[in-house]
Each structure stands twice: as structure tokens, then as C-alpha cells.
Design a protein around this ligand. Structure first.
Ligand code: FAD
Length: 285
């Protein structure tokens, strides 16, 4: 099918973009970034926005830079831009590793990091990274600029705190210490598909014990989140098989799994347990 007719706006400055969006958002006008989620939805007529505000020419939104102790990812930064070596340190390693799991090469060439966050598919790798790393998300509208913590941003399946007249202008991620260990595993039925569940874990070793753990799951619940109880189990523990097996069982018990015709909640719990174990094993390899 073809999308319903729409008016196409192509602003060149952020001021112009937020002004147009303020005018069209009340009538369901939308931002379009990479178009890799929005265009298929429009083609299936699941969305019929009468106006599209294309941000691909907006100056300044292509910023990918380290600013102080933060990595800034602007709204026009494509998935593929986060390839190996593009971002320094452990945060760069983590992003590059996740990037390879997103869809297929053409989608990675066009889709954007911030577009994924705004779209908020429960399985999105970037949403999982944002939740795990406590990203700060910067939204701009005619009403001003506001910073939203990732834990407040994600609110449900494809539901965020972003208001219809707001543009997500950038995401800010912390730079993890160089000695951070990273484990990431996801499971999808076919290569490139959205994951049924994913686990991301990072920590450091201090005096032989686990320190500063971050443990987050994606795909299994309505939106990705850190599991504080699992992190508490990991903190100060030895990085060994007993710790991994306890923490994996705890994660499986804690989640509120999504269910659908092909995937039961019990299956997703077991998947989270198995993927957690594998993610932990990666960190000690
Ligand atoms: C076959 C296929 C497989 C895929 N597999 C995966 C996968 O495995 N993992 C994964 O994470 N993604 C996957 N995707 C989705 C892909 O990563 C998209 O690129 C991404 O979800 C959306 O980014 P975008 O820039 O294309 O956004 P768009 O499609 O342009 O927009 C998506 C939504 O976000 C809004 N939006 C976009 N940018 C902004 C902004 N800056 N401010 C406010 N609102 C904004 C739009 O209004 C729209 O509602 C897949 C897509 C396809 C078609």
C-alpha cells in the first residue's frame, strides 16, 4: 500500500522545525528522521499523519561528540555512525557491539539513534542502551528545552514522555571507565528481526569483586529497564558461576514478561535467564 497524502515540511533550522511542529502536532503532524519505522507504518496506513516535519536538513543535529564527560548523539546521527572506533572507550565498544544487531545494513544506514528512542519499540537496542546507561534525553519545543532521564522517558510499548510538539534533539550518554566489562546477548527468531529478549550487563572489577554493575533487559517487557535487585546481588560479589546463576534466576523471576500468540510469558522468563547467563559469561571470557 501507499501512504495517505501528507504535507511535507523541510526546515533547515531547529527554530523553524519546532515552530512548524507546534503548528501541525495538534493535528497529528509528526517528525520524520530516518523514516525506517514511520514510513512502513504509514504505508500500512496504521498512521496517517497529515504533515511530516523532516529534520534531515536541520543544522546542528548531526553532532556526534564527546562533551565533557558525556557522549552527545544528535537527532540526525544514524545507527551506522556508531560503528567500531567512532566513539572512544568502553561506551564506544558497547554501542558498536549493539549496532550490529539492529536490523539490516540499509536500515542501519538511514535509521537514527534518537528516532529509535522516540519510536520506543520494546526490543530496540538503543532504548536498552539508553536505559542501561541512564542516558539523558534532550527535548525541544516552542515551550523550551527539557532534559528527561531515561528511566522517566520510556513509559510503555512505543510510549514515551516525549510530547507531540517536542523534537528529541539529542541523547547524552556517560563515558564508561575503560576497564568496564561488557556483556550483551539477544535472541531473535531470524537475523535482523526484533529481539524477543536482550540482556546488557556492564561492571568493573575492584579488588576482585564486582563494582558499579548495570544490568538491564530489553524486549522481554513493555520497555527496557535496569533491574536494581539484580544489581544489588552483583555488587561486591565474586564474578563466578554461582553469582551468574543466582543473578540470572533473579532476573527471570523479576520481569513482567510481554506475551503474544507465539511467545508465552514463561518462555520469555526462561529466555531472560538463559541470555543473562550468556551475557555474564561474555564478561568473564
Ligand atoms: C525490517 C526492519 C527491521 C528492524 N529491526 C530493528 C531492530 O532489530 N532493532 C531496532 O532497534 N530497530 C529496528 N528497526 C527500526 C529501525 O531501527 C528504525 O530506524 C528506528 O526504529 C527509527 O528510527 P528512524 O530514524 O528511522 O525514525 P522514523 O521512522 O523517522 O520515526 C519513528 C518515530 O519516531 C518519531 N521521531 C523520530 N525522530 C524523532 C525526533 N528526533 N524527535 C521526535 N520524534 C522523532 C517519528 O515521528 C516516528 O513517530 C527495524 C526496522 C525495519 C523496517
Amino acid at each position: 500500500m501507499k501512504p495517505a497524502a501528507f504535507v511535507y515540511h523541510r526546515p533547515e533550522t531547529l527554530e523553524e522545525a519546532v515552530r512548524i511542529l507546534a503548528e501541525v502536532a495538534p493535528g497529528d503532524g509528526r517528525v520524520i528522521a530516518g523514516g525506517q519505522s514511520l514510513v512502513p507504518i504509514m504505508a500500512f496506513r496504521m498512521a496517517r499523519p497529515p504533515d511530516l516535519v523532516d529534520i534531515n536538513r536541520v543544522a546542528g543535529l548531526d553532532r556526534l561528540a564527546v562533551v565533557g564527560d558525556r557522549l552527545v548523539i544528535g537527532a540526525r546521527v544514524r545507527h551506522r555512525a556508531l560503528h567500531e572506533g567512532a566513539v572512544p572507550g568502553a561506551t564506544g565498544v558497547l554501542l558498536a557491539r549493539l549496532m550490529h544487531h539492529i536490523a539490516h545494513a540499509p536500515i542501519r544506514t538511514r535509521g537514527t539513534f534518537c528516532g529509535s528512542l522516540a519510536h520506543s519499540d520494546p526490543s530496540s537496542e538503543w532504548c536498552l542502551a539508553a536505559a542501561a546507561l541512564d542516558a539523558v534525553l534532550v527535548a525541544q519545543s516552542m515551550r523550551g528545552v527539557r532534559e528527561i532521564a531515561a528511566c522517566d522517558f520510556f513509559q510503555g510499548v512505543m510510549t514515551t514522555d516525549l510530547q507531540p510538539d517536542e523534537i528529541l534533539v539529542e541523547a547524552r550518554l556517560p563515558l564508561l571507565p575503560d576497564d568496564t566489562r561488557i556483556g550483551f546477548v539477544e535472541f531473535s527468531r531470524r537475523a535482523g528481526d526484533f529481539a524477543l529478549a536482550a540482556v546488557l550487563v556492564t561492571y568493573r572489577i575492584v579488588d576482585g569483586k564486582i563494582a558499579e554493575p548495570r544490568f538491564a533487559i530489553g524486549g522481554a517487557e513493555a520497555f527496557p529497564r535496569r533491574l536494581a535487585a539484580v544489581e544489588a546481588r552483583l555488587t561486591g560479589a565474586a564474578p563466578d558461576a554461582t553469582t551468574w546463576s543466582d543473578a540470572a534466576a533473579q532476573a527471570a523471576a523479576l520481569i513482567e514478561p510481554l506475551e503474544d500468540a507465539a511467545t508465552t510469558g514463561d518462555y520469555r522468563r526462561d529466555l531472560v535467564r538463559a541470555l543473562s547467563l550468556r551475557a555474564f559469561e561474555q564478561t568473564s571470557a
